[in-house]
Design a protein around this ligand. Structure first.
Ligand code: BG6
Ligand code: MG
Length: 217
């Protein structure tokens, strides 16, 4: 293990809940069905692709400019929710775990599909914890394409096989595995059983064992 790349939403920060609230608000306004289980399918998926998943689920067809308008509205609501973000939004134990990895010489990357990722990191003052940051602004193909993690590993100067990826999304686990990395399925979302390692919370990890063996404890 030379490097660990973390997803942001749902792994380092509970912003996945804000994404959910913003899509739910849009769906309620439009009279569309939307629930937690559909939301799980949006984890790691880009904004426009997420809207398409909701539209397909509801059997709705819209012109491109209307889709852009609705996705923009969702993003404005999401950013309004972010305005009040503080340390309470940090996933329990995430920062301590990242710092412990750094102390042991493991390089740290961030790989988030979100175009808002940099803003979230800066608002929380945690951008300097990451040696390299790749976000939705740096990629042309969203997860499950491996582009984001391949770019991250390249920038960190490590081989994919030496890289572990923490992900709460099916699309993210798929992306990591497609890139030849070790996928750690993180958190309670369903559908992560094909991850190489399964971890529910950072408290379940023993850092020394993890760095030495890749096993949680
Ligand atoms: C991912 C989230 O991190 O970013 C998705 O898991 C989200 O839910 C995606 O759709 C894109 O985010 P944004 O902020 O660019 O709309
Ligand atoms: Mg996520």
């Amino acid at each position: 293990m030379k490097a660990v790349i973390f997803d942001l939403d749902g792994v380092v920060v509970y912003t996945d809940a804000y994404h959910y609230k913003a899509w739910k608000k849009l769906s309620d306004d439009q009279g569309w069905a939307f629930d937690e289980s559909l939301n799980d399918q949006l984890r790691g998926v880009s904004r426009m692709a997420s809207l398409q998943v909701i539209l397909d689920h509801n059997g709705i067809d819209l012109p491109e400019e209307k889709k852009v308008e609705l996705a923009t509205r969702k993003n404005e609501d999401y950013r309004a929710f972010l305005a009040g973000i503080d340390d309470t939004a940090l996933v329990d134990g995430a920062l301590d775990f990242i710092r412990a990895l750094r102390t042991r010489g493991v390089k740290i990357g961030l790989g988030s599909s979100s175009k808002n990722a940099m803003m979230v990191l800066e608002k929380l003052g945690i951008d300097s914890l990451f040696d390299e940051i790749v976000t939705g602004k740096d990629i042309s193909r969203s997860k499950p394409d491996p582009e984001i993690f391949v770019k991250g590993a390249q920038r960190l100067g490590v081989e994919p096989a030496e890289t572990y990826v923490f992900e709460d999304a099916v699309s993210g686990v798929d992306a990591a595995q497609a890139g030849g990395m070790v996928a750690v399925g993180f958190g309670p979302s369903e559908g992560l059983d094909h991850a190489d390692v399964r971890v529910m919370r950072f408290a379940d990890l023993d850092v020394d064992t993890f760095v030495a063996t890749g096993k949680p404890a």
